[in-house]
Design a protein around this ligand. Structure first.
Ligand SMILES: [Zn+2]
Length: 329
């Protein structure tokens, strides 16, 4: 077979080998180069073309970079907020609550989880909460003479609150609890509401714990800086602060596990604003028990802190601060 030599029509524009001339031929410089027919023809480059291409590449990559950044941020947020199982006690789970309802609102699922995991659970009600602002309102509107001494006073109110606490304990499956409050003796013995900061609380906590050793501590977190961003009852409570600090001191001293829960987290109307280093939840049975226990507080606690009563039944999560965050190591 005879191979005919390929002919290439010479470019007319010998003095002008611009892209216009090549475009007119319907062929590109690159195509010519690739086929080896380019010869000495070179297309002049626009001086700023490589720069523009670089910018274009950057613009094309930008959405992907942003998507990765958003994914990393969302992943981090999920990791920080995703609920874990409530921590289990090493030994007796010793729950200390300053007033009736703090334990159920703040750590009801944590209590139930310990019970159902077979731990020995002891819940200590430090005061009967008889100093509440609504004590007089309660006495005037449906309050009863609980102790039968022919009057309706704050001690009756304290005993009524204690009764709510005991119903809640039964709903959570707790069989051991103790009440350190003063209502039963009308102030003669026991700890009165509002006085935790004025007593040697750390030694009280130590002497209680000594009866159940070894223990892990579960109590309330003091308000600290959270109060500035709270809606609702924003007053830091002195009893909460005192109990938190006493348990913290004792736990650090004895190198004991301790967790501090935030019942006040539920004051925050938006769930996204509720946060703690440890966000935990029990299983559905724990949550059901907690809801029944919160219902046990439908008399006084509901009237006193309606927001907590409502939100603690809606939110599956509980918010805790481990000792290492506040006690240091
Ligand atoms: Zn309280």
């Amino acid at each position: 077979m005879k191979i005919m030599p390929m002919t290439v029509r010479p470019l007319k524009a010998s003095k002008d080998t611009s892209r216009v001339g090549l475009d007119g031929l319907g062929i590109s410089v690159c195509e010519l180069s690739a086929s080896g027919m380019c010869g000495s023809i070179t297309a002049p480059q626009e001086p700023n073309k490589p720069l523009r291409t670089g910018r274009m590449r950057r613009y094309r990559v930008l959405p992907y970079v942003l998507a990765v950044l958003v994914a990393v941020c969302l992943g981090g947020l999920w990791w920080v907020r995703h609920p874990q199982e409530p921590p289990l006690a090493q030994g007796t789970a010793l729950f200390l609550t300053p007033h009736p309802d703090d334990e159920t609102f703040g750590m009801g699922q944590a209590i139930s989880h310990q019970v159902r995991s077979g731990r020995r659970v002891v819940v200590v009600l430090m005061t009967d909460g008889e100093g509440s602002e609504i004590a007089k309102d309660w006495a005037a509107n449906g309050g009863t003479d609980v102790d039968g001494d022919a009057d309706i006073d704050r001690w009756d109110f304290g005993l009524a609150r204690r009764a709510e606490f005991e119903s809640a304990m039964r709903a959570l499956g707790v069989s051991e609890w103790r009440c350190e409050g003063a209502s039963a003796s009308q102030g003669a013995t026991g700890i009165q509401d509002g006085t935790l900061s004025g007593i040697e609380l750390a030694s009280v906590v130590e002497s209680i714990a000594a009866q159940y050793e070894p223990v892990s501590y579960f109590t309330v977190m003091e308000y600290r800086g959270d109060s500035a961003r709270l809606t609702g009852d924003t007053k830091p409570n002195e009893d909460h602060t005192a109990l938190c600090e006493a348990v913290c001191d004792v736990a650090v001293e004895s190198e004991t596990q301790a967790y501090f829960y935030k019942p006040y987290a539920y004051y925050k109307s938006a769930k996204i604003l509720r946060w703690a280093p440890l966000v935990s939840r029990g299983d559905s049975e724990d949550f059901e028990r907690k809801k029944v226990a919160v219902q046990a507080y439908s008399g006084i606690a509901k009237r006193s802190t309606l927001t907590l009563w409502v939100n603690s039944q809606k939110d599956r999560d509980e918010y805790a601060v481990p000792l290492s965050w506040i006690g240091g190591e």
